[in-house]
Design a protein around this ligand. Sequence first.
Ligand code: UFG
Length: 340
Amino acid sequence: MILITGGAGYIGSHVVKEIAAAGFDVVILDNLSTGNRVAAEAVRTLLRDYDGAGQIELVIGDCGNESLLDQICRQHPIDAVIHLAAFSEVGESMRDAAKYFSNNTAQSIYLLNSLKRNRVDKLVFSSTAAVYGQPLRNPIPEEHPLQPSNVYGLSKMMIESMLPRYRVNYGLNYISLRYFNAAGADASGLIGEKHRQESHLIPLVILRAMGRRDRFTIFGDDYDTYDGTCLRDYIHVSDLAQAHLLALQALLAGNVRERVYNLGNGRPHSVREVIAAVEQACGRSLTCDIGPRRLGDPSILLASSQRAVDELGWKPQYPHLQNIVDSAWRWHRLENWPES
Ligand code: UFG
């Protein structure tokens, strides 16, 4: 049985689907602060089409609640944990650092200590490209120095830096996955990206196209890039989910003891190209404003994910921006979840 913290969130729900579809029983631990109860229900619904899929149980609580974790470990034979539960808004992390240190760093330490106490020795940790900060070179390899330029990245980097000690002292086997720009939605259209306060590019442009936002502002068009807007590495959320399954399998097989992997496509796309892909998806042109640069935005963030390809056998299925945006568009058109 696999414990997945944050499994009711955007990336988490896609990971739960992938892991359960592969036949693992899953316990989701989520406090629903940013996750959605409906996501867990939706995953159960879409797994009906999969032969041999595992069972999914939802436990509501904090990922660092040690007595709750002890109880879950007593009631279930937990073979491994996939730890996604975290806040992930870069801008918010700069305004309210304590929120990120408490939720992302402190809660993760309590979780790690619970794993130690309950002799769970396999962990897939959800990390981020934000640990790199302003890149010294692109594409960014895993050995690139870690100099996070925001508190979100710092809150994740602190846990990453502790994991080798948990390996040495307590035998924890772990894989950290550094996501680049997660986007898109499951092909079923039943699960996707829904945040209470949206700040990400693709959903914002889609909401603008659907008339649910009055305006969309490009944060700077004077960068030293081919069209003046920032370049990012957009990776389909289902491809991220596939990487979690591969990481889990590598840990369970004993093939990996401690490793870090970047997860991106290695293809740069500008803000303007994303807008054009949304225009293509919705069949009409959009008017956008040009605003000043957003503080802390690097002009280019591009992953080298060769290590995940070579060592985990990761093979992204949806590397093209248009496929990613089309899946997000389809999700937003179908989405009718209540606010959680
Ligand atoms: N952008 C706009 N206007 C907006 C929103 C975004 O122009 O209203 C631009 C940003 O300036 C950036 C690009 O769109 O150039 C992508 O921005 P996002 O906010 O969607 O994503 P980020 O690249 O800032 O950050 C994302 C995740 C982080 C993660 C990082 C790692 O949100 O959690 O990728 O690459 F750390």
